[in-house]
Design a protein around this ligand. Structure first.
Ligand code: MG
Length: 385
């Protein structure tokens, strides 16, 4: 692909246009010095939940080491990858970035273990709720939980940003969401910006988990050489630069893997756009998924994912942390539901389902270290209050 092809001429007809947004839930005057999607991106960066991403983790718990990714650095990497592709495809970069930066705002402390346990607690102890879903929680953060504006709860983001943040949703919840949940019922697609942020998430975590996994010693180079996409790039680096010290060879391999994935998704998506010729965002919503890898690269990426699941996410040392994380979330949830007087007053409310939801909001908002501290405050006889 030539430079002129990858640096697009501006917004394509199938991109989201901030001047044609479906709007915000509460009407506001148009911004004077930036687009509506830039404003959304800026609101996300200033949100409390965004800052807390610095102390939340995915695989490694926050105190395990300063060099591992946090949800914040993960979100920045997702945004970087997504913006590069967005520009090549003629999409709205600001919207893509806004979705990428907000996509994990609803994540609980301790990564997937925290979310699974919170979901289990909600389903068993408050069955009248539809459980806990982190994607829906991200939407809840920007729609309800942030308290920063005089006239409304939440950040009052544009429909297109909210649509992108709600990546998955159960049918039961979709039915309660109105317009924003409609696509899960109709089985239509979100905008290309949303599709892209989703794939950029996968590119980012697959690659940084290889990096963090190697650095932590939980996975080894020898194991990774059994994974074709890694082996292929690592061998090419070793051949071209045989004297490169190992840490640099690993960094170079990961850099080249990210580049391969970015180029593949760009070219595959451009070909699909050529073929289907969507003329508007509405055409995109009715089309099949357009932002994808090629079949070959999809297979390679899946092999890498399967490897990480088996060798890293299910590593016994990770499982030990996961077990502790689940224990903390479970004990806190049960204690708060049993005796809401233990909660800060703003999280107490009438009605069992509402109370359970408020507890889920409280726990989901916690950073890893705050959850550990809160556990000590509630259950341990020591100096913490
Ligand atoms: Mg993510």
């Amino acid at each position: 692909m030539s430079r002129s092809e990858t640096h697009h001429l501006g917004r394509a007809p199938y991109a989201c246009d901030p001047d044609q947004s479906r709007g915000r839930r509460f009407e506001e005057p148009a911004p004077s010095n930036r687009s509506e999607f830039q404003r959304d991106r800026d609101r996300i960066v200033h949100a409390n939940a965004f800052r807390r991403l610095a102390y939340k983790t995915q695989v490694f718990v926050n105190h395990e080491g300063d060099w591992f990714r946090t949800r914040l650095t993960h979100s920045l990497e997702v945004a970087q990858i997504a913006r590069v592709v967005a520009r090549s495809l003629g999409l709205d970069e600001d919207l893509t970035e806004a979705i990428a930066l907000a996509h994990d705002l609803g994540h609980t402390p301790f990564g997937h273990a925290g979310q699974d346990e919170l979901n289990r607690c909600m389903k068993t102890l408050a069955p009248e709720t539809n459980g806990f879903e982190h994607n829906l929680q991200s939407l809840r953060v920007v729609d309800e939980l942030e308290e920063r504006y005089p006239g409304f709860n939440g950040l009052n983001l544009c429909f297109e940003t909210r649509e992108g943040i709600l990546k998955h949703c159960s049918l039961a919840n979709a039915r309660e969401l109105g317009e924003i949940g409609q696509r899960f019922i109709n089985r239509t697609q979100p905008s290309l910006e949303a599709q892209l942020a989703n794939l950029a998430d996968e590119i980012a975590y697959n690659n940084h988990d290889v990096d963090d996994g190697l650095r932590s010693g939980l996975i080894t180079l020898r194991q990774l050489q059994e994974v074709p996409i890694f082996a292929q790039h690592f061998d090419a680096v070793a051949k071209g630069l045989p004297d490169l010290p190992e840490p640099r060879a690993i960094a170079e391999t990961i850099r080249q893997m990210i580049n391969t994935l970015i180029m593949d998704v760009t070219q595959t998506t451009l070909a699909r756009l050529q073929q289907l010729q969507p003329k508007s965002v509405d055409d995109v919503r009715l089309a099949p998924v357009l932002v994808t890898f090629s079949e070959t690269v999809r297979k390679q990426a899946d092999e890498l994912k399967a490897f990480l699941l088996q060798q890293l996410y299910r590593h016994y040392k990770v499982a030990r942390m996961t077990g502790k994380a689940r224990h903390i979330v479970k004990r806190l949830f049960e204690a708060f539901l049993d005796d809401p007087a233990l909660l800060p007053p703003e999280y107490r409310c009438a009605g069992q389902a509402q109370q359970a939801r408020a507890i889920a909001d409280y726990i989901a908002g916690m950073t890893d270290r705050f959850a550990i501290l809160e556990y000590r405050r509630v259950f341990k006889m020591d100096e913490t209050f």
